[in-house]
Design a protein around this ligand. Structure first.
Ligand SMILES: O=P(O)(O)OC[C@H]1O[C@](O)(CO)[C@@H](O)[C@@H]1O
Ligand SMILES: [Fe+2]
Length: 187
């Protein structure tokens, strides 16, 4: 079952020195996520333009001490029995952490250290998540509505996707009507 819902309206950022022109919006579609979902046949069967998530972030100045603030809106849906999720990444600058704030919907934040040890945190409106340095993070929508979370992270953090080319140690699927975190043998 794949629900493709329209993306929610922009989350308005009201800040002393940011205006709507300072908002960067990026949509990630199923076609952008080759190799991310484990059921390749189901992924191929989905029209590649299917919107999976949208990130709206502020155009912060870059540099030490500067922060990005961005809201990820992750659609509900599954590819095969695997819930829609973000690509997930480590930060290039491993020592840089990130904070997530649950805004809407229900889901999971998958966190994984460099030794491959993975754990979940429940995401819901009002939840706050401290992502320490050297911890990969992926948002997963296990609900039936859009999952939205605000993130704040250093502009110098960068994204390292290559370190997760083998994927995360856990996948989240719906089986027998229940949500399962499944260990993945070969990443
Ligand atoms: O880059 P990914 O793993 O697709 O995650 C989506 C977005 O979530 C964030 O971690 C927070 O919004 C951004 O850094 C990232 O671009
Ligand atoms: Fe991040």
């Amino acid at each position: 079952m794949n629900i493709s819902v329209n993306m929610p309206p922009c989350v308005a950022f009201h800040n002393g020195h940011f205006t709507a022109e300072d908002l960067i919006t990026k949509v990630t579609r199923s076609g952008d996520l080759a190799g991310v979902f484990y059921d390749t046949d189901a992924w191929r069967a989905l029209p590649p333009e299917t919107a999976i998530y949208q990130v709206e972030m502020l155009k912060s100045p870059q540099g030490e001490g500067e922060l990005y603030a961005g809201t990820t809106h992750l659609n509900p849906g599954r590819i095969g029995d695997e819930f829609y999720m973000t690509r997930g990444h480590f930060h290039q600058r491993r020592e840089q952490g990130e904070v997530y704030f649950g805004l809407r919907g229900t889901g999971l934040l998958l966190l994984q250290d460099e030794q491959g040890k993975a754990r979940f945190e429940q995401v819901s409106p009002g939840s706050v998540h401290i992502i320490p340095g050297a911890t990969a993070h992926r948002l997963i929508n296990t609900g039936t509505e859009v999952l939205s979370a605000l993130a704040v992270w250093p502009t110098i953090a960068g994204h390292d996707y290559a370190a997760l080319a083998q994927g995360f140690a856990l996948r989240v699927v719906l089986q027998g009507g229940k949500i399962h975190g499944k260990e993945v043998q070969n990443g």
